[in-house]
Write a protein that binds this ligand. Sequence first.
Ligand code: AHR
Length: 332
Amino acid sequence: MKNRQRMLSLIGIVGAGALALGLTACSTPDEGGAGGGGEGDLITVGFVAVGPEGAWREANEQNIQDTFTEDAGFELKYAPATNLDQKSQIDAFTSFVDEGVDVILLSATEASGWEDSLKRAQEAEIPVILLDRGIEPDDTSLYVTRIAPDNVEVAKAVGEWANTTFPDGGNYIVLEGPAGVGVVNERNKGFEQGLGDSSLVKVAAQTANWSAEEGKSVTETLLKANSNNIQFIFAQNDEMGLGAVQAVQEAGLTPGVDIKIATIDGTKSAMQALADGLLSFVHEYNPLFGETALDVVKKTLAGETVDSYIIVPSQAFDSPEAAQAVLADRKF
Ligand code: AHR
C-alpha cells in the first residue's frame, strides 16, 4: 500500500499535474484486486463523519457506507463524531493518518481548525476529500475536492421564492443551523442574495441547531416576542422547519396561510408536509452522493485530477403537487 500512497499523495499534494501516466498501472478497487498492493488488497478509507444529526445526515452517511463496501474493493472505517464534538473528529482524523489509510473522507462539524490536520495528511501523503461541509479558510491546496450541493445557490432560490411570494413585504425570521458550521454561513449568504431588494423585514435570526424541538421552541419564543406578527419563516433545514410548523399551529395560526415556512434538505417528512400544505417551499439538498465520492476516490487513485468543488444537483419544490409527485419513491 505504501508505494501507492507515495504515488497517490504526490497527486494529492500537488492537486493538479497528476502523474496520471505513472498510476494507470495500478489497479482500481474493482479491477480484480484492490489497491496497488497484492491481490485482494482493499483500499482503506477513513470516514471522519458527523454522526447522528437528523434525517439528512443519516441518509448521507448511510449512502457513503452502502457505497464503499468490501465488494467494491474498500474497507471503510466509519468514525462518527461524539456529540458533534470537533475534538473527537480531529482525534479520529489523526489516528487515520497514523494508521496510513489510503484516503480520508471528512464531513466537518466545525468549519475552522482543520489546517494542522490537513497538513499532517499531506505530509503523510494521504488525499482528503470533503463531503458536504466546507472548511474556513477555504484553502483548496489542502484537500482534493469538496463534494456537496451548492449551498449558496440552494439558499438563493429560497430567497428568490420569498421575494416573489411576498411582493408587499412582511416580517420574517431565520432558523439557523449551529454557529460555526460552514453551510450556515453559505446559506445566509445565498438567501440574502436571493432576497435582493425585497421589502421583507428580518426581525430575528437564531440557531435551532438543526433540531425540530429547538425549531419549535425558538419559533414559539419569537412569535410571542413579535405578537405573532410574522409572515415568513426560513428554516435552514427540514427538522427546524417542521418544528416551526408545530409552533405556528400551537399559536392558533395556520401554516401556509397565516405564516409561510420554507426549508432546505427535501427529506421525506418535509416533502409530506409540503404536500399537506404545512410547508410552502422545500429546496432539496441531495444527500445521495456516494457514487460521486466513489468516482472521485477512483480518479484520485488512478492519478486523474478532479475539480476542487463538485456540485451535487438538487431540486426545488414549490407546490403540494410537486411534492406529491416524488413522495412515493423518495429515498431519504
Ligand atoms: O450540512 C448539511 C446540513 O446538515 C443539513 O442541511 C442538515 O439537515 C444537516 O444536519
